[in-house]
Design a protein around this ligand. Structure first.
Ligand code: AMP
Length: 394
């Protein structure tokens, strides 16, 4: 890792601005329904406090559209954070995120104090990385730590702009994300298997192409299966199909015949809902008027067999419409196979796949579950993430 990390900073008596990912899900009453992201930020916060710093935390929450909309207030986060840490968190609820009063409070912070700023997206400048927001934020402290992997693929004021004004380093969470995924891509223990699902080929094409260069086997499932099956000349009935990607799928299959494993059977349904008629057919026998909503049992066994023999496993995207119980079996089988392989380095690329593994109750067996869906996808595409790139080199 050539980027500075917490260990490269002298923290005693410093005020450290930390960009966290507190973009937590809220219910209609504004209660946090899943605090994983807050819990994930604790190691960095505790490290800074234990080493004599005061911390000033910042994050976005939802999409307030550049306005001070209290529906997206970080107040619930402040409360949860305070109870998790067992200490006071001074929440600065300001329309402008940073104003003269915030500056005055920040100036008084002592080692061990914790301040949380209001949603950075209350200001339009945040997502544009323009104007004075980055400078205003930087004026509050001495050092900047980026611990928000979920937004690392975006160049915003609070993660990229601010690096121009303060010495910077990666937080423990981002450091782990970059190290585990970076090592898996650079020096994978082999055999290295990538499992790619999700809705569309067009969303995953960059990942497929990059991982085909590195992995030994690429297992394909989910909605994009049918564009590949079409490319093989099969009938796909009413399954999800990207007509304009069929030629591309054919080219990929031609180039990587020996690496790509496509489903050999699929669960087809009459309609796109859970309580509809469904049955399993071979992949080349999808009837007209039926749609493929999951991989079949033979495919699940075949994929599990490859997963069992792998030493590095990366998974992104469900293998079927796992939100509906009747079409979740393929995704669950793969999740369990990955969790059962305790010898492998296993990486789950956020979002739906992470939720599927959580459901197996075996997520403790997974080496790394990424906290950023979009960011991990771009990382796996081999792209440089601006939020990491902007941080000081060692
Ligand atoms: P993504 O965000 O691209 O990873 O896609 C996730 C979505 O793909 C989930 O909501 C799944 O329900 C959906 N999906 C998976 N398999 C299929 C399928 N065979 N047909 C339609 N949608 C699917």
């Amino acid at each position: 890792m050539n980027k500075k990390t917490l260990k490269d900073l002298v923290l005693k008596d410093k005020k450290v601005l930390v960009r966290c990912d507190f973009n937590v899900p809220l219910d209609k009453e504004g209660n946090i329904t899943d605090d994983t992201r807050i819990v994930s930020a604790l190691p960095t916060i505790n490290y800074l406090l234990e080493n004599g710093a005061a911390v000033i935390l910042m994050s976005h929450l939802g999409r307030p559209g550049g306005q001070a909309d209290r529906k997206y207030s970080l107040l619930p986060v402040a409360k949860r954070l305070s109870s998790l840490l067992g200490r006071d968190v001074c929440f600065e609820d300001r329309d402008l995120v940073v104003d003269d009063e915030v500056k005055a409070s920040a100036a008084k912070l002592k080692p061990g104090d914790i301040m949380l700023l209001q949603n950075t997206r209350f200001r339009k400048e945040e997502t544009k990385n323009a104007g004075t927001l980055a400078q205003d934020l930087a004026s509050l402290g001495d050092l900047f730590v980026n611990d928000a992997f979920g937004t690392a693929h975006r160049a915003h004021s609070s993660n990229v702009g601010i690096c121009e004004f303060l010495p910077s380093a990666l937080g423990l969470l981002v450091e782990k994300e970059v190290e585990v995924m970076g090592n898996a891509l650079k020096e994978p223990k082999r055999p290295f298997t990538a499992i790619l699902g999700g809705a569309k080929v067009s969303d995953k094409i960059g990942v497929i192409e990059n991982l085909l260069n590195i992995a030994d086997k690429v297992l394909i499932g989910g909605g994009m299966t049918y564009t590949f099956l079409k490319a093989k000349g099969y009938n796909t009935g009413k399954s999800l199909l990207e007509e304009d990607k069929v030629d591309l799928a054919a080219t990929i299959l031609e180039k990587a015949k020996d690496k790509i494993l496509l489903p050999v059977d699929t669960v087809v349904a009459r309609e796109f809902r859970n309580d509809t008629e469904f049955f399993t057919v071979d992949a080349d026998k999808i009837p007209d008027d039926w749609m493929g909503l999951d991989i079949g049992e033979k495919t699940g066994d075949m994929f599990a067999d490859v997963i069992n023999k792998s030493k590095t496993i990366i998974w992104n995207g469900p293998l079927g419409v796992f939100e509906m119980d009747n079409f979740a079996a393929g995704t669950n089988k793969v999740a369990k196979a990955i969790a059962d392989n305790k010898d492998a380095i296993s990486i789950i690329g956020g979002g739906d796949s992470a939720a599927a593994v959580e459901k197996t109750g075996l997520s403790k067996n997974i080496t790394h579950i990424s906290t950023g869906g979009g960011a991990s996808l771009e990382f796996l595409e081999g792209k440089i993430l601006p939020g990491i790139d902007a941080v000081d080199d060692k």
